[in-house]
Ligand binder design. Structure first.
Ligand SMILES: [Cu+2]
Length: 470
């Protein structure tokens, strides 16, 4: 006889708990976790029909795209299967608030991940936007260790612009010499420059290689066919040599998330006959502005909106070209493919060669066109507690070319800085501060002084917490 009453009581308690349960559910939706398990290793790949060792993540280069929502915690369990090399991966643009140990800068925030070891990166993606990740040990980024991070807005929040589809694209320059060969030359006396990259590449998440279309059509014309590097690689069934394309539906608007991870090349990206509207830069919304070509430098990310509003019976070229130095690298190609045309149908026109490499006015104009988007402006501080002026030069130290800041060239300490600071290991690196400036009043950029007094250093700038530094 008591059973119904007890049941009723249970029901009432459940009701009382309901708001709490709702809250718990709500918060678990708000803060999800995104888990990736990666194995990093060397594999033979031929992204431009030239077979060479490439660093892959789970068999791919570029590696998997990390898709997450603002506020999510991302875990990346990374196993180093390179066997003879350490590794570390930096999450470019992620602020690492509260998780400096996961920043991935080897020698600064962490010890490298040794061959055979596994390290778990854990960080919160606190801002929606387009970001990158890349190797941060030696020259591993240039060997193929990189990819994209796409952070979407929380549920129910929409972007301040509209589009139908989203695509991400990574631009890169690509060398046939291994990074070990390049590094040996760069550190040799006499210095051996790496020269021009063999190709510029456009890669999207959908297709692993979006380059060398012309080369793929006629394998016999691959410049490196003669030395055997393309032998057995360049054929019509090899997707790595296939013409590449970005398929669009006529009338639809696409958000292209474009990042650059070049070693040496400043690039210009354009889609034949199509205007682009810039809406995001490095994870920040910007006041929209239209461009015909996008200048993009290494480490930058942009979102542009493109409407497939041209004659739809044909395809169009998407091209990248080198700017800022007289380029000797062929134009990087992809096909902007209007559905239902065949994705490999060659456009009837010649690919664009881009603006003149030394057209600095138009590059400056793009830089000056950026404005923070109304409603998303974080007011910058108007005064600084401290001003640091950095002079970036290329010096010679003991016969080796070294980049320097204020005549100091960084050598990483044996113990990562973050570890040394946390454990107060004052012997781990030089404790005297580097200079906050240089004699800029007397520095003439048109007649460079020999920086004979450059030296190697592991000194660091210490900034007071919550202070404003300019
Ligand atoms: Cu970076």
């Amino acid at each position: 006889m008591t059973e119904p009453a007890e049941s009723k009581g249970y029901f009432v308690r459940l009701l009382a708990l309901f708001p709490l349960i709702c809250l718990i559910n709500f918060s678990s939706v708000e803060a999800r976790t995104v888990y990736h398990k990666w194995e990093v290793k060397y594999e033979y790949k031929s992204p431009d029909c030239y077979k060479k060792l490439v660093i892959t993540i789970n068999g791919r280069s570029p590696g998997p795209t990390i898709f997450a929502q603002q506020g999510d915690t991302v875990f990346v369990e990374l196993k180093n299967s390179l066997w003879t090399e350490n590794v570390a991966v930096h999450w470019h643009g992620i602020r690492q608030l509260g998780t400096p140990w996961s920043d991935g800068a080897e020698g600064v925030t962490q010890c490298p991940i040794l061959p055979g070891e596994t390290f778990i990166y854990r960080f919160v993606v606190d801002r929606a936007g387009t970001y990158l990740y890349h190797g941060h040990y030696g020259m591993q980024r240039a060997a193929g260790l990189y990819g994209s991070i796409i952070v979407s807005l929380p549920e129910g929040v929409s972007e301040p612009f509209s589009y139908d589809y989203d695509q991400n694209i990574i631009l890169n320059d690509w060398y046939h010499a291994s990074t070990n060969e390049q590094a040996a030359g760069l550190s040799a006396i006499p210095f051996v420059f790496v020269g021009e990259p063999q190709v510029n590449s456009i890669k999207s998440k959908l297709i692993s290689a979006l380059i060398c279309l012309e080369l793929a059509i006629k394998c016999s014309t691959v410049p490196w066919a003669a030395d055997g590097s393309a032998a057995g690689v360049c054929n019509t069934t090899n997707l790595e040599c296939s013409p590449s394309s970005l398929t669009v539906v006529p009338g639809k608007t696409y958000r292209l998330r474009i990042g650059s991870l070049t070693s040496l090349s400043a690039l210009t990206f354009e889609i034949e006959g199509h205007d682009m509207t810039v809406v995001e830069a490095d994870g920040n919304y910007v006041e929209p502005f239209a461009i015909r070509n996008l200048y993009i430098y290494s480490g930058e990310t942009y979102s542009v909106l493109v409407k497939a509003d041209q004659e739809s019976s044909r395809n169009y070229w998407a091209t990248i070209n080198v700017v800022a130095r007289n380029p000797a690298t062929p134009t990087g190609l992809a096909i902007f493919n209007y559905y239902p045309n065949h994705p490999q149908k060659q456009p009837p026109t010649a690919p664009a060669t881009g603006p003149l490499w030394n057209d600095t006015a138009s590059r400056l104009a793009q830089s000056l066109a950026f404005r923070a988007r109304q409603g998303f402006i974080n007011k910058p501080p108007v005064t600084a507690d401290r001003v640091i002026v950095l002079l970036n030069t290329q010096n010679k130290i003991d016969g080796h070319f070294k980049w320097s800041l204020n005549n100091l060239s960084l050598i990483l300490p044996q113990t990562p800085y973050l570890v040394a600071l946390k454990e107060n290991l004052t012997g781990a690196f030089a404790q005297d501060p580097p200079p906050d400036g240089y004699d800029f009043a007397n520095y003439d950029i048109h007649s460079l002084a020999e920086n004979v007094n450059a030296t190697s250093s592991n000194r660091i700038y210490r900034l007071r917490f919550n202070s404003t530094v300019c």
